[in-house]
Design a protein around this ligand. Structure first.
Ligand SMILES: Cc1cc2nc3c(=O)[nH]c(=O)nc-3n(C[C@H](O)[C@H](O)[C@H](O)COP(=O)(O)OP(=O)(O)OC[C@H]3O[C@@H](n4cnc5c(N)ncnc54)[C@H](O)[C@@H]3O)c2cc1C
Length: 290
């Protein structure tokens, strides 16, 4: 691995100061589950590495300002997976985090690290997009709160400035009569998904759909929504036929590419099947089933 200067700040102020001083040459180290592989492959060669492990103020998993949960930058995937607060207040987050890699990866990796890394095949960026999560970023001199749509710019690229880090992500609580579902297909258990969808459905008092979100991972350079299909669902009764039609429309909106792992045609086909099942499951949950 190329040489670098290793820093282990004890506070957020110290960490932000280091990032500001070495802006453009420093990388934050959270769980190391993505940074260390890319450094080992020489795809990233930071001159300075700022390890957040001792910044305990970033390890807080707490209720969100208006419900839901706030996940600090050093909260691990496994903390989220085991949290009763998350299961209660952000159930789709609880379901999604279980799909990430293997237990060893979830023990070290962090949700904020996953957002900052911005792998388009990762689950949490798509979840952030589907649920309207807020990503809080900070430098030594300013704080910004970004939506996922503004945060994810392109492949492995975010709107973070070189002197900024993600300090927390706020996942909102689902509203009343809202259900969620996450579905994915990967080659082997624990692999990154070939295609996946995070889905949220809200039902009106009369049982028709009043809101829907369909956010995909593994199909583009960033997580993407199928906004046409979402709009079409509003006002409909979400039965099997409606779910099938919406899934077909959503799959047509996606623009997946061919790569070593799967063809675009396969990805689109899988996206359609996953969407159909996710919509039915989310509508069941919105209506009060499990
Ligand atoms: C074998 C394997 C399988 C995996 N499978 C999956 C999977 O199925 N789904 C999935 O989503 N992920 C998967 N991962 C990745 C895993 O979820 C990582 O934990 C995650 O992508 C990055 O989190 P981290 O805390 O390890 O970040 P790190 O590796 O420490 O950092 C990753 C990048 O983000 C930056 N960064 C980290 N935290 C911050 C912050 N707070 N502010 C600004 N920048 C920051 C770093 O500088 C670096 O550029 C897998 C990893 C491995 C090794």
């Amino acid at each position: 691995m190329p040489d670098f200067v290793y820093h282990r700040p004890e506070s957020l102020t110290e960490a932000l100061d280091l990032l500001g001083r070495h802006a453009g040459e420093a990388k934050v180290l959270a769980g190391g589950q993505s940074l260390l592989p890319v450094m080992a492959l020489r795809l990233s060669q930071p001159r300075h590495v700022v390890d957040l492990d001792r910044v305990t103020e970033l390890a807080e998993l707490a209720p969100g300002p208006s419900g839901g949960v706030t996940v600090g930058a050093m909260v691990r995937h496994a903390d989220v997976e085991r949290s009763e607060l998350v299961a209660r207040s952000a159930p789709l987050l609880a379901r999604t985090v279980k799909l990430i890699g293997h237990p060893a990866i979830r023990n070290r990796g962090t949700p904020c690290g996953s957002l900052a890394h911005a792998d388009p095949a990762a689950e949490l960026p798509a979840l952030a997009l589907a649920t309207g999560a807020e990503i809080v970023v900070r430098s030594a001199t300013r704080e910004r709160v970004l939506t996922a749509a503004d945060f994810f710019v392109s492949f492995l690229t975010t709107a973070l400035e070189p002197d900024e880090m993600v300090v927390e992500v706020r996942f909102p609580a689902p509203g009343p009569r809202t259900g969620g579902s996450v579905r994915e297909v990967s080659r082997r258990h624990g692999d990154f998904a070939l295609v996946g969808v995070c889905c949220s459905v809200t039902l009106a008092e009369d049982g028709t759909v009043s809101g829907a979100a369909l956010a995909y991972f593994g199909v583009d350079s960033t997580p993407v929504r199928a906004e046409g299909a979402e709009r079409r669902l509003v006002g409909s009764v979400l039965d099997a036929a409606t779910a099938a039609a919406a899934a077909r429309e959503a799959a047509q909106e996606l623009e997946p590419g061919d790569d070593l792992h799967a063809t675009a045609t396969y990805r689109r086909h899988v996206a359609e099947q996953l969407t159909r099942r996710a919509l039915v499951e989310a509508a069941d949950r919105a209506g009060g089933a499990a």
